[in-house]
Design a protein around this ligand. Structure first.
Ligand SMILES: Nc1ncnc2c1ncn2[C@@H]1O[C@H](COP(=O)(O)OP(=O)(O)OP(=O)(O)O)[C@@H](O)[C@H]1O
Ligand SMILES: [Mg+2]
Length: 349
């Protein structure tokens, strides 16, 4: 069993609270991403799990062992860090072989594993080179290969693909997912790239300001954000937020009226995904005033306003809308998020 349990972990740097009561369990074989903006505490949390940073409070359990106080090497995990340290005095081959040599693996196993990992990361051609003769992206792939070569039960990765160009990144992402799935590796993965987190993860923990704001399967987090922050962080374009008046527990959108559950004030924020709309005539739909119309090939991206508030929506690529044109939008009632303007929290569906 190689699950990871993070139990009420806190971390202060002086008076600054970088982590505030963070709890999260990653099941055996599960892939969980920590996703959030720069400075929210992702690396700090990963370093605490690894044993490179000491928590101010809380407990870390790996498998059935509480590992607080154990040195990183005694925690039974492999890691790839943001600043991907590779050993400059070793060839790429020896860098990738490093963990296996530490395990005293025999030469045949070292060779087999190095070749496998190098193939996966497309660094076979550089095995004899020294790291100073590699680009940043190539060095980063050496660091990932080194971690995968030992076939760890638990793998921690901090933005391991950040130095790769878009195409290679996409390719690596798919390959990483397939190899980790096959090996059943328990993985905790840090990224600020929401597409990467969506694509790779069984579950995502969205972090904000030293806390986990929501944990769930990618599609649930995307479709049912618990807070305005999560809705705005996930998705490209991000979720639209439109403040609307409430009368007797109802909101009017175009010709339609939606009833809200629970106690609500005089205003509510509608969280609307850009793709959850359908074009209808302006008389029956919610009015969208187009400022910019961008044909993106796979879709038509419109930037404009709804109820005088900025919004972006997505229509099929075959639609034609001119700048300045007002169109009608029908909303998919099942996919709307209603958010309290006071608390920023979503109302229960
Ligand atoms: N050693 C330290 N001393 C003081 N403050 C620190 C230290 N390490 C991190 N911090 C602070 O803790 C907060 C969280 O940092 P962390 O590196 O975990 O962020 P992150 O989510 O990984 O961000 P990024 O996406 O930019 O890598 C930041 O405000 C950072 O300035
Ligand atoms: Mg970081």
């Amino acid at each position: 069993m190689a699950s990871i349990t993070i139990d009420s972990v806190a971390k202060s740097f002086g008076s600054f609270k970088a982590l505030k009561d963070v709890s999260l369990t990653i099941a055996d074989g599960e892939f969980v991403s920590l996703l959030g903006p720069s400075g929210c505490g992702k690396t700090t949390l990963l370093r605490i799990v690894a044993g490179l940073e000491t928590e101010t409070g809380g407990r870390i359990v790996i498998g059935d062992r509480t590992v607080n106080g154990l040195a990183p090497k005694d925690r039974g995990l492999a890691m790839v860090f943001q600043n991907y340290a590779v050993f400059p005095h070793m060839t790429v081959y020896e860098n990738v072989a490093f963990g296996l040599r530490m395990q005293k693996a025999d030469d045949a196993r070292v060779k087999r594993q190095v070749e496998k990992a190098a193939g996966l990361l497309h660094i076979e051609a550089y095995l004899d080179r020294y790291p100073n003769k590699l680009s940043g992206g190539q060095r980063q792939r050496v660091a990932v290969a080194r971690a995968l070569a030992v076939e760890p039960q638990v793998l921690l990765m901090d933005e391991p693909l950040s130095n790769l160009d878009a195409l290679l990144r996409l390719q690596m992402r798919t390959e990483l997912k397939s190899v980790l799935q096959e090996a059943g590796t328990t993985t905790l993965y840090v990224t600020h790239d929401q597409t990467e987190a969506m694509g790779l993860s069984d579950r995502i923990a969205v972090m904000h300001d030293g806390r986990i704001e929501q944990v769930g399967e990618p599609v649930d987090i995307y479709s049912r954000p618990a807070t305005r922050f999560v809705g705005g962080f996930m998705g490209n374009p991000p979720m639209n937020f439109i403040e609307l008046p409430v009368e007797a527990g109802r909101v009017n959108i175009g010709a339609e009226s939606h009833s809200l559950s629970g106690p609500v004030g005089s205003k509510i924020v509608l969280g609307l995904r850009g793709e959850d709309v359908e074009r209808v005539s302006p008389e029956v739909g919610m009015a969208f005033k187009t400022a910019v119309s961008e044909p993106m090939g796979s879709h038509l991206l419109l930037t404009g306003t709804i109820a005088d508030q900025p919004a972006r929506v997505i229509l099929p690529p075959t639609e034609k809308v001119r700048a300045g044109e007002t169109i009608g939008l029908k909303l998919d009632a099942d996919r709307l998020t209603w958010i309290s303007p006071e608390t920023g929290k979503a109302l229960a569906a």
